[in-house]
Design a protein around this ligand. Structure first.
Ligand code: SD4
Length: 325
């Protein structure tokens, strides 16, 4: 864990930068950064981010919008039954039901979200339609399902034999202890900066494996599992959602970037906030991923083992996040 002195140094750094940027207007402060903007670029959580980025990149490299890139990108793991933490093939809750959470946010502060949605393979696209076609931000459970069906989505069974067997195995002990880095792949959070310089993000998950029925994590909660401010940057999160909700983690990351921290420093500050406030943090994994308006990105997590995929015009690669433990 970071020492008190290092934490203080980071806080002072943030404060002094706040003072410095406060001397300029926001547009002056960011016009410097924007001279060397890396765009387009897309980043996303975990190994499965590579395949998702590939599809998002096709949208971005064609001059498409970040909001379309992130929606199309995260649909890849949603449809992939080998990814057992997102969409079709995701681990079920204690009752054996696959319940999905997702949200999406664009460059104009528009956002849409669904939670506790069942039997719909692409919750991110339902969230997109909540954003585009309703006056609301969030629909849950039956209401979200009815809305999805009204928009032409078909109900289908999302519980694969493999996920069912894992659940039946879990039932033998029924011990609820969230695993860190489940098979090294997890929720997908994706952030993109398009050719126009606009930011968007998406996050989608089947949530914590074998959770209580009705449990909703951070992933559909704007500010906790995803946040975008097109003046500053965007952040998304993976891991034990309760910790992100308690600290409104992704909003915190974006606000830290607003104060002048780099994406990695901002993610680290959010992880340190969790460590400072939540005594049981060592039992869990939390990873933040951030992208700023200049196309700079960074990440930080509690436990080692969290990685993320980065795709820009030079290609794609997986990078390991730094951790406090
Ligand atoms: C959640 N953050 O529901 C999500 C899912 C996840 O380990 O990342 N699970 O808490």
């Amino acid at each position: 864990m970071t020492s008190k002195r290092e934490f203080l140094k980071m806080s002072l750094f943030g404060t002094s930068l706040l003072g410095i940027t406060g001397l300029f207007s926001k547009s002056q402060a960011y016009s410097e950064v924007n001279k060397n903007t890396t765009k387009p670029i897309v980043i996303s959580t975990w190994n499965h981010g590579l395949a998702a980025n590939h599809v998002a990149w096709q949208v971005l490299s064609d001059g498409g919008k970040a909001i379309d890139a992130v929606e199309q990108g995260v649909r890849v793991p949603e449809a992939d039954p080998s990814v057992m933490t997102v969409g079709y093939g995701g681990y079920p809750d204690r009752e054996g039901k696959v319940t999905l959470d997702a949200c999406i946010m664009d460059e104009n502060q528009n956002c849409g979200s669904v939670a506790f949605l069942q039997n719909i393979k692409h919750p991110i696209s339902v969230a997109r339609l909540v954003m585009d076609k309703t006056p609301h931000v969030m629909l849950v459970g039956e209401g979200a399902l009815e809305f999805a069906k009204s928009q032409g989505f078909k109900e289908e069974n999302l519980l694969t034999d493999k996920a069912k067997m894992a659940w039946q195995d879990w039932l033998k002990e029924s011990k609820y202890s969230p695993v860190i880095n489940v098979e090294n792949h997890d929720t997908i959070g994706m952030l993109a900066l398009d050719n126009n310089g606009d930011l968007s993000g998406a996050c989608t998950t089947s949530g914590a494996a074998f959770k209580m029925s009705g449990r909703v994590g951070d992933s559909p909660i704007i500010g906790a599992g995803l946040y975008v401010d097109n003046e500053i940057g965007a952040a998304t999160a993976t891991g034990m959602g309760e910790l992100m909700i308690k600290t409104v983690g992704c909003h915190l990351v974006v606000e830290m970037m607003r104060q002048g921290l780099s994406p990695e420093q901002a993610c680290k500050a959010a992880v340190e906030r969790i460590a400072k406030k939540l005594g049981d943090y060592k039992q869990f994994q939390v990873g933040f991923l951030a992208l700023n308006k200049a196309g700079e990105y960074g990440s930080y997590c509690i436990q080692s083992g969290f990685n993320y995929a980065v795709t820009d015009k030079s290609g794609s690669e997986l990078q390991d996040a730094k951790s406090i433990l």
